[in-house]
Design a binder for this molecule. Structure first.
Ligand code: GTP
Ligand code: MG
Length: 439
C-alpha cells in the first residue's frame, strides 16, 4: 500500500434517484470516517446497519448498511469503506457534505479506484482495460470479450510471452557475461535465435486476426451505399427503427455520413448511410458527400449495395469491399426477383426480415473467431505487439550476439509496457533465479 495518498470517495452506483446508492471510500482515512459517521469501527467484511451521524452536529443523515474492508485484500489494495444509503439525491448530497469535514478526503477522479488497484498490484493494466470495457459493454459479445479480458485471459497470454522472452534473455546474458572471452557458445546463440523467431511467429499469428477484437470493441462498420434515390436512407431508418435520416424523392438528399449503432445478434454494428453515388454531382457539396461515401465504403467490413428499379440500370459498386446486394422498391415491380440480390421494400417492409437475417449471418461470420480465445481489442496492444515482433525478428536475424541481447531487451520492454510492468529488476531476478550466479 502506498502511504501519504488522499483518501478518495465517490458515488459508485448510477446518478439520480434510486432505491439504494453506494458510496465508496478508499484510503487510509477510511477507518476514521467509519468511526466518525457510525460511532464505532464495524467488524471487518461484515454488512452492518448503522445510523450515519453528521460529524458537524446536523443529526442523523440516514440509516445505512456499512461495510468496513481493511486493506490490503480489497479491490484497491487500500482500506475501503462502503456506505449503502437510500438513493435519494438529497441523502447522497448530505453524505458528501459530511465527508468533506474529514481531513485528507477528496472526491475520486475517473477510474481512480481501479488505478489504485493497478498501482497496488491488485490487478494488471490489461485486466483494468477489460474492466473498463465490461462497464462500457452494450452487447452480449462485447460483455463476454470484456469479461474474458478483465478476468486475466489476455494478460495471461502477454505475461506468458514476456516470461518466455525474459527467460531467453537471461539464458543469453548469462553466457555473454559470465562464460569466457570467446563469447556465447555457438549452440546457445543458435538456440536463442530459433526461439526468438518462433515467438515472433506466435505473436504475429495473434496479430493477424482481422482486427476482430477492435471491431468487437468499437463496432463493425457496415455502410449503406448505392445510386441516389435508391432508398438508402429509407433502409437506414427501417433498420434503426426511427427517423434518423432525411428521406425525399429528390436525388442527392443525403450528403453527410449518418451513423447509427445497432446490436445484431449480440454483435455491435455501426451502420452508416451515405450520399448516393452518380457520375455528375449537382454541386460541390454533393461531390464532397460522394467522396466521403466512397472512402467510408472502401474501408467498411461490409457494404449493403442498394439499387432500385427506378434508378438508372443496375450500377456496380465502385470499390471492392465485401458486398451484400439489395434491390429496393420491390413494391413497384411485384414478383421480380433478382438473382444475387435480396429484394426488399423499405416502404412496405417486405423482405426486411430476410435482409436482417442475411446481414446478421454475414456479421457473425466476420466475428466468427470471437468464441474461443481472448482478442486484441485495442490499438495500444497492436502497436506494442508489432514492435515486440519486429525486435524478435531482428534478434533472430542479426549475426552479432551482443545485438541479439539488445533486441530481446527491446522486445521485452514493449511487452512490459503493454502489461504495465517495465522493470529491469525482473530480468536480473530471472538471471539469478535460473543460474544461481555467485555461488
Ligand atoms: N415505392 C417505394 N418508394 C421508396 C421505397 N424506399 C424509398 N422510397 C422512396 O424513394 C425516394 C428516395 O428515398 P431515400 O431513402 O431518400 O433515397 P436515398 O437512396 O437515401 O437517396 P439519396 O440520399 O438522395 O442518395 C423517397 O421518395 C422514398 O419515399 C420503396 O421501397 N418503395
Ligand atoms: Mg439518402
Amino acid at each position: 500500500m502506498r502511504a501519504g495518498e488522499d483518501t478518495i470517495y465517490a458515488l459508485s452506483s448510477g446518478q439520480g434517484r434510486a432505491a439504494i446508492a453506494l458510496v465508496r471510500l478508499s484510503g487510509s482515512a477510511s477507518a476514521e470516517v467509519a468511526r466518525g459517521l457510525c460511532g464505532d469501527l464495524p467488524r471487518p467484511r461484515r454488512a452492518v446497519l448503522r445510523a450515519l451521524n453528521d460529524p458537524d452536529g446536523g443529526g442523523v443523515i440516514d440509516r445505512a448498511m456499512v461495510i468496513w474492508l481493511p486493506g490490503p485484500h480489497t479491490f484497491s489494495g487500500e482500506d475501503m469503506l462502503e456506505l449503502h444509503v437510500h438513493g435519494g439525491p438529497a441523502v447522497v448530497a448530505a453524505l458528501f457534505r459530511a465527508l468533506r469535514h474529514f481531513p485528507g478526503l477528496r472526491p475520486a477522479e475517473r477510474g481512480e479506484f481501479t488505478r489504485r488497484a493497478v498501482e497496488n498490484g491488485r490487478m494488471g493494466l490489461v485486466d483494468a482495460e477489460g474492466l473498463a470495457d465490461l462497464i462500457a459493454a452494450d452487447t452480449e459479445a462485447q460483455r463476454k470479450q470484456a469479461l474474458r479480458q478483465a478476468s486475466g485471459g489476455l494478460d495471461e497470454i502477454y505475461e506468458g510471452w514476456r516470461n518466455q522472452l525474459l527467460a531467453l534473455l537471461a539464458h543469453l546474458e548469462a553466457h555473454i557475461d559470465f562464460v569466457d572471452e570467446e563469447g556465447v557458445p555457438l549452440e546457445v546463440a543458435a538456440d536463442v535465435r530459433a526461439r526468438s523467431s518462433a515467438l515472433a511467429r506466435e505473436i504475429s499469428s495473434f496479430l493477424t486476426d482481422n482486427r476482430v477484437g477492435e471491431r468487437l470493441r468499437e463496432g463493425l462498420t457496415v455502410v449503406i451505399a448505392g445510386p441516389p434515390n435508391a432508398g438508402k436512407s429509407s433502409l437506414l431508418n427501417r433498420l434503426a427503427r426511427r427517423e434518423v435520416a432525411i428521406v425525399s424523392d429528390r436525388p442527392g438528399t443525403t450528403r453527410d455520413l449518418i451513423e447509427v449503432h445497432l446490436d445484431l445478434g449480440g454483435y455491435p454494428v455501426v451502420l452508416v448511410d451515405t450520399a448516393g453515388l452518380r457520375e455528375a454531382a449537382a454541386d460541390e457539396i454533393e461531390d464532397e458527400g460522394m467522396r466521403r461515401a466512397r472512402k467510408r465504403a472502401g474501408e467498411a467490413a461490409l457494404v449493403i449495395w442498394v439499387t432500385s428499379p427506378d434508378a438508372d440500370g443496375r450500377p456496380e459498386a465502385p470499390f471492392d469491399s465485401a458486398l451484400l446486394r439489395v434491390v429496393n422498391k420491390s413494391d413497384l415491380i411485384p414478383g421480380e426477383n433478382v438473382l444475387d440480390a435480396i429484394s426488399i421494400s423499405a416502404k412496405t417492409g417486405s423482405g426486411l426480415d430476410a435482409l436482417v437475417e442475411a446481414l446478421t449471418a454475414r456479421v457473425q461470420a466476420l466475428f466468427a473467431e470471437t468464441q474461443e480465445r481472448p482478442l486484441l481489442t485495442r490499438e495500444r496492444h497492436r502497436v506494442a505487439l508489432s514492435k515486440c515482433c519486429d525486435h524478435l525478428l531482428a534478434a533472430a536475424a542479426t549475426p552479432a550476439d551482443e545485438l541479439v541481447a539488445e533486441d530481446l531487451r527491446r522486445a521485452a520492454w514493449y511487452l512490459g509496457k503493454l502489461v504495465g510492468r517495465i522493470d529491469i529488476e525482473d530480468i536480473l531476478g530471472q538471471i539469478f533465479s535460473e543460474f544461481c550466479i555467485g555461488k
